[in-house]
Design a binder for this molecule. Structure first.
Ligand code: NAD
Length: 519
């Protein structure tokens, strides 16, 4: 498999790892030459009658000649083996073996090139073998140490976490029968949470069929714009996860009133009810779309600049929540990257899934614009992030904003097209100049990584493969079906289940006034 992100710029973290490896390679080589030199001084100098100063100069020259070519070869092979881009093999449990293999390949290439380039090796064979051994030892040990360190830190954080038996045990998941919700429910139930879902079930119960009979799950079908439904659902609840929304720019643009009502007015009312009820946690699903367009890498403190109604409703909802926050009510805002992969209610109106499905079904991958940056995260990882937030102590996550994703999964849209075409080489990649989507943002996920030790388990390549397999196996019959697209569903199949109500009172008032003036 080609390395992930082979055509991409490296992040500072990746560059730091490359520098660390370069230092280790050079150190290994220098140590090997030094050991070889000491051996020479101790055992070979007298019988061979060679001058120590001349030998030292020779060894130093050898080091200077070999160090950079060897380092460059090693870093190239490591890169291609996925060391810095977290290729799949490298992520597996045989990491030590992959490191051993890559170091050995690098030394063989170096020996081959020096031998055929110069007619002889610039470095003695003993020193080369020693340098290889030292490199393997150092690189494997550094990886094992880093793994051990992560595990120790992780264990400490786990110990700090409130277990599901404590505060926050009863969770209300609003909009829990959608794309992210259907991936979140099994995670919460597995961790012993008692879960209630409030959802209009516009996509039916199929998305949650895999958990619907779970004894700790209760499903309330209802519209979260209705305060009575929200109050009824809040009974006995100590944590709220609010995922419900009209999601995506095209779906939101269909009806502005409806979008404002669902995404903004209802969110304010739900938060007020949760606060009044005394819910300890309130996790609100926002989006990286609030960043809109920007050239630098954006983090949670960056200026927000949404370029769509969808983004604007999320931005104002965030503000409303911040205004409601106090000592007792401490919402957590999660700004998800664009999601990919399969869940109980897979969506094919999102770029990775859509391009993979189009490539497989129609033999075409059409990318609009292509130069826009966008961060991505698998639906399962997004759900895991929410679960981690619920698990974490309130002092750590309350009144905080977290971008959810990973630095490594910031891609240009064109790169997503290229990745898909690696898996469906028969598909034609078409890059169209018309960029309909103005969003362009590259996001830092350092905060969630540092605070919660959150590391996505999925890569975009794995997501593409997952989608392709679902189509090949018939699990997804027709990705164009309205059930897989928010905008299509709202336009064609939602009927009167999701229509604006806001105007009813205004209309009634207008009618009443008209009656009085004419009467
Ligand atoms: N999917 C993404 O790429 C993505 C990215 C960033 C943020 N988000 C955010 O994550 C959240 C979940 O997104 P998703 O992709 O799972 O969306 P989705 O459309 O699949 O799910 C939304 C759920 O909300 C329910 N719902 C909508 N209006 C309702 C109402 N008035 N009353 C009751 N239920 C209602 C729907 O039935 C559906 O089950 C959203 O808030 C979205 O803005 C999603």
């Amino acid at each position: 498999m080609a390395p992930r992100g082979s055509s991409r710029t490296l992040t500072p973290g990746q560059i730091a790892r490359m520098i660390a490896d370069a230092i280790m390679i050079q150190f290994a080589l220098l140590s090997a030459i030094a050991v070889r030199f000491l051996w020479f001084v101790a055992f070979e100098r007298v019988p061979l009658n060679v001058d120590v100063g001349a030998q030292l100069r020779h060894d130093l020259t050898t080091y200077l000649e070999s160090a950079w070519p060897l380092t460059i070869i090693c870093l190239s092979v490591f890169y291609l083996s996925g060391f810095y881009t977290y290729g799949r093999a490298y992520q597996g449990k045989y990491k030590a073996l992959i490191v051993f293999q890559a170091v050995t390949q690098s030394y063989l290439i170096f020996a081959f090139l020096s031998y055929f380039g110069r007619g002889s090796l610039s470095i003695s064979r003993t020193a080369l073998v020693l340098a290889w051994l030292f490199s393997v030892a150092l690189l494997v040990a550094s990886r094992l140490w880093s793994q051990l360190w992560h595990r120790m830190v992780h264990r400490e954080r786990e110990a700090l976490r409130v277990q599901p038996s404590g505060e926050g045990r009863h969770v209300l998941v609003i909009g829990g029968a959608g794309y992210i919700g259907s991936a979140l429910l099994p995670k919460l139930l597995d961790r012993g949470y008692h879960v209630r879902v409030l959802d209009l079930l516009v996509y039916g119960t199929d998305p949650i069929a895999h958990v619907i009979d779970h004894p700790n799950l209760e499903v309330v079908q209802g519209d979260f714009r209705h305060v009575d439904k929200v109050v009824e659902s809040m009974h006995g609840i100590d944590s709220v996860v609010h995922l419900g929304a009209i999601v995506g720019d095209p779906a939101c643009d269909l009806n502005e009133d409806l979008t404002v009502e669902v995404n903004l007015t209802a969110t304010r009312m739900i938060a007020q009810v949760a606060k009044g009820w005394g819910a300890k946690r309130f996790v609100f699903a926002s989006t990286c779309s609030v960043y809109g367009a920007g050239d630098e890498v954006l983090d949670e403190r960056s200026q927000l600049n949404p370029v769509s109604l969808y983004g604007r409703t999320k931005l104002v909802a965030e503000k409303v929540l911040r205004r409601l926050a106090d000592d007792t009510f401490s919402p957590t805002i999660v700004r998800f990257a664009t999601i990919y992969g399969l869940s109980g209610r897979t969506r094919f109106d999102l770029v990775v899934n859509l391009l993979a499905a189009k490539a497989k079904t129609e033999g075409k991958i059409t990318v609009f614009g292509g130069e826009q940056w966008r961060p991505f995260v698998h639906v399962d990882d997004a759900a895991h992030a929410v679960q981690m937030i619920l698990d974490a102590p309130r002092e750590v996550v309350g009144n905080q904003v977290f971008n959810v994703g990973s630095d490594e999964q910031n891609y240009k849209i064109r790169e997503i097209g290229e990745l898909v075409s690696q898996y469906v080489p028969t598909a034609e990649l078409i890059v169209s100049d018309e960029a309909t989507d103005l969003r362009n943002y590259r996001v830092s996920f350092a905060k969630i990584r540092h605070v919660l030790d959150f590391h996505p388990q999925w890569t975009v390549e794995q997501g593409i493969q997952q989608v392709l397999e679902a189509i090949a196996s018939g699990q997804v019959k027709d990705y164009r079906d309205a059930i897989y697209s928010n905008v299509k569903f709202l336009r064609e199949a939602a009927g009167d289940r999701l229509t604006p109500t806001k105007d009813d009172l205004v209309k009634e008032l207008a009618l009443e006034s008209a009656r009085h003036t004419t009467g």
